[in-house]
Ligand binder design. Structure first.
Ligand code: PLP
Length: 370
């Protein structure tokens, strides 16, 4: 491993975002055991804070070990069995990933698709749900590949009315948008630490309703993943606190501090800060020829997709991104899939949702494009 210090970056891509120094300090605390009462106190605080942030009373609310995809995997391996029907809203790369995970579990996947940059239509989802009568309905709240903010309630209601469980990907929304899992009727939700919580990647905050846990108990077949079996995880993350796997102690120290920062600021103010930063970004880059991909009503506050000026497309957007990184230390994200080479994805997530960062990016681009 090279000994030279790594460069400092301003991380304005689709995640990770920059980490608050208090979180880094918390992670550097001396280790204690994962069954030490001192650590279990921290874990309890993390679980309580996650319940507040997710907007739920679910007892099974926990920081799963692994990145956001761990939460996705855990949701599908527990709730679905081979041959089960599932309806999945595919509005981008992460809905696509959900379909693939569900397929590997052996579920019969019905996809409801929408063009990049558009929300899933309530009516199309409701029609598929009524036709299929699925075990579960899954979709993404904040589709990081396009910057679309998906409304949840109508789809969740249609799913619940049909007796299906509701799975919601909140990887990019937790800590940036107010969430209300219980009010919306969501049964399984998962997130990641490296987006609007501004922690290093490595944990997947997740929450499962009583209905979801009842489904797990009623399975005909064992959960195919030992690591993510919610019945087993409940031993450690529930009241008993018995060993299942060694909890990532330092990562949980970091998450505890990140959640403290969120609560100190207050979710309402934090959400407003994200909205204002995103608005400023669109305004600041419009004169340079960047235009929003998503219509204003469905635009995410923490991740903005911008169509590139023709000159940038022609001269190679990747080269410009590289210059912004090398010369100014600013990372922005390129497009994925069909949008590769045509858009940039600019994240103003958690700690980074600040007007000073919008200014820094605008100044760098002004210099490079003049
Ligand atoms: N879902 C969404 C919406 C995401 O943005 C991401 C990551 O960017 C994931 C799932 C997967 O998370 P991870 O890369 O942390 O495994």
């Amino acid at each position: 491993m090279p000994n030279a210090p790594l460069p400092r970056r301003l991380l304005l891509g689709p995640g990770p975002s920059n980490v608050h120094p208090r979180v880094l300090e918390a992670m550097a605390q001396p280790l204690v055991g994962h069954l030490d009462p001192a650590f279990l106190g921290v874990l309890e605080g993390v679980q309580a804070s996650l319940r507040r942030l997710f907007g739920t009373r679910n007892a099974m609310t926990l920081p799963l070990s692994g990145t956001g995809s761990a939460g996705m995997e855990a949701s599908f391996v527990n709730l679905l069995e081979p041959g089960d029907d599932v309806v999945i809203g595919v509005a981008g790369v992460f809905g696509e990933r959900m379909s693939e995970v569900a397929r590997r579990v052996g579920a019969r996947v019905t996809r409801v698709e929408t063009p990049p940059g558009r929300i899933l239509e309530d009516a199309a989802m409701a029609e598929a749900i009524a036709r299929v009568g699925p075990r579960a309905v899954a979709f993404v709240h904040a589709e990081t590949s396009t910057g679309v903010h998906q409304p949840v309630e109508a789809i969740a209601r249609a799913a619940r009315d049909a007796g299906a469980l509701v799975v919601l990907d909140c990887v990019t929304s937790l800590g940036g948008l107010p969430l209300a899992l219980d009010e919306w009727g969501v049964d399984a939700a998962y997130s990641g630490t490296q987006k609007c919580l501004s922690c290093p990647p490595g944990l997947s905050p997740a929450s499962f309703s009583e209905r979801a846990l009842a489904r797990v108990r009623a399975r005909r077949t064992p959960v195919p993943s030992w690591y993510f079996d919610l019945g087993l995880l409940a031993g450690y993350y529930g009241a008993e606190r018995v060993y299942h796997h060694t909890a990532p102690i330092s990562a949980i120290f970091g998450l505890a501090e990140a959640l403290r920062l969120v609560e100190e600021e207050g979710m309402e103010i934090r959400a407003k800060r994200h909205v204002e930063a995103a608005r400023a970004l669109v305004e600041a880059l419009r004169p340079l020829g960047f235009t929003a991909l998503v219509e204003a009503a469905h635009r995410l506050p923490m991740l903005t997709s911008l169509r590139l000026p023709d000159t940038v497309v022609r001269s190679g957007e990747a080269a410009l991104r590289r210059r912004i990184l090398d010369r100014y230390g600013i990372e922005v994200g390129g497009g994925l899939g069909a949008l590769a080479g045509r858009i940039w994805r600019i994240g103003l997530m958690g700690e980074n949702a600040r007007l000073t960062h919008v200014e820094a990016l605008r100044n760098a681009l002004c210099r490079e494009l003049r």
